[in-house]
Design a binder for this molecule. Structure first.
Ligand SMILES: NC(=O)c1ccc[n+]([C@@H]2O[C@H](COP(=O)([O-])OP(=O)(O)OC[C@H]3O[C@@H](n4cnc5c(N)ncnc54)[C@H](OP(=O)(O)O)[C@@H]3O)[C@@H](O)[C@H]2O)c1
Length: 303
């Protein structure tokens, strides 16, 4: 797997797997959902199956070549990531592991953030994460969170540190109270190219991770004939072209690809190159369509 060097010299895989959370288990549709049988089905069959499928998907992702996992304490179930790493046979040192502080811990303050860092390490069954970041710049909380994250870095609990969903005004505050983040992770895809924000970060030497990088397969993107034409010319899938567009801008896409064929597709993007004209064509798909939330206009309690 190719890597990108962060400003502190740590290398991060050029594409990361963000597996999300186990799929919601399904009850038996032909009987009352509150019946004893359905509750037993959920407890003994559906939930364990969803958990197993999730572990298998992450383990398979590592086996086919992913070397970075994006995860948040907000998703819970960090232990499943540890199980998947064990199951994959890939060594812990060869996996770039993300720990992200949840908004709920940030609301509770410094002690809760410190406790969450300990819990994340316990769940992952590791002494350190490769990057520790916060999930959102929660108003009036994120400065304190950042100081705790910087302390954790000093103590060796995190090889590198970063943030998510930060705009220039957040970054300016963060750099006044602590280290410059090594990574900023935010939504980027061809329908929402965020050129100015990318440039602001890259000019500062902050590596940008792009989340929702394939716009959750939005058909406003994947039905575009111009994208199809580029894919045909390279003999690649539409998703591969879009992921390659990220990589060629120096971005690190964080893709959710839990189906084995999608995983192979997503990691096989390092054997072709888009021309400058093709990059411009894809840039031109931008319609400023944000699929997730705006950090200056959202309710952090639900994220
Ligand atoms: N920091 C934050 O606030 C934040 C917010 C949102 C997301 N994220 C991170 O970003 C990750 C990805 O974002 P996302 O889940 O919003 O969207 P996404 O990665 O743009 O899209 C995921 C969807 O694309 C499908 N897919 C993946 N590879 C494919 C391929 N090669 N061909 C066809 N379909 C493919 C997946 O299907 P299968 O899963 O069935 O393969 C899934 O349905 C998250 O899991 C999370 O780690 C972070």
């Amino acid at each position: 797997m190719e890597t990108v060097k962060l400003y502190n010299g740590v290398e991060i895989p050029a594409i990361m797997l963000g597996p999300g959370i186990p799929a919601a288990p399904k009850g038996l549709s032909w009987i009352n959902e509150r019946s004893l049988l359905n509750r037993a089905w959920m407890k003994f069959v559906a939930r364990p199956r969803a958990t197993r499928n999730f572990i298998d998907a992450v383990a398979n992702g590592l086996r086919v070549g992913f070397r970075g996992i994006d995860f948040s304490a907000a998703y819970g179930c960090g232990g499943l990531i540890a199980d998947a790493i064990e199951q994959s046979g890939v060594g812990r040192k060869d996996v770039f592991l993300t720990g992200r502080i949840s908004n709920s811990a940030q609301f509770k303050g410094r002690i809760a953030v410190e406790d969450q860092i300990k819990r994340v390490l316990d769940e992952y069954r590791t002494d350190y994460v490769d990057i520790l970041m916060f999930h959102w710049p929660v108003t009036e909380c994120y400065e304190t969170t950042w100081k705790v994250i910087c302390d954790a870095h000093k103590k060796g609990l995190a090889r590198s540190i970063g943030v998510a969903n930060c705009h220039p005004h957040h970054l300016k505050v963060l750099m006044e109270v602590g280290l410059k983040p090594m990574v900023n992770q935010f939504e980027i895809h061809p329908l929402f190219t965020q050129k100015d924000l990318i440039k602001f970060n890259q000019d500062l030497g902050i590596t940008v991770q792009s989340y929702t990088p394939i716009a959750r397969m939005d058909q406003r993107l994947f039905r575009l004939p111009a994208l199809l034409k580029i894919a045909e010319e390279h003999g690649k899938s539409l998703v591969q072209v879009v992921l390659r567009w990220h990589v060629q801008q120096g971005l690190v896409p964080v893709v959710r690809a839990n189906k084995p064929s999608h995983q192979v597709d997503s990691v096989s993007i390092f054997d072709f190159e888009l021309t400058p004209d093709e990059m411009d064509t894809i840039d031109g798909f931008n319609i400023d369509s944000r699929l997730r939330y705006h950090p200056d206009n959202c309710d952090f309690t639900i994220l």
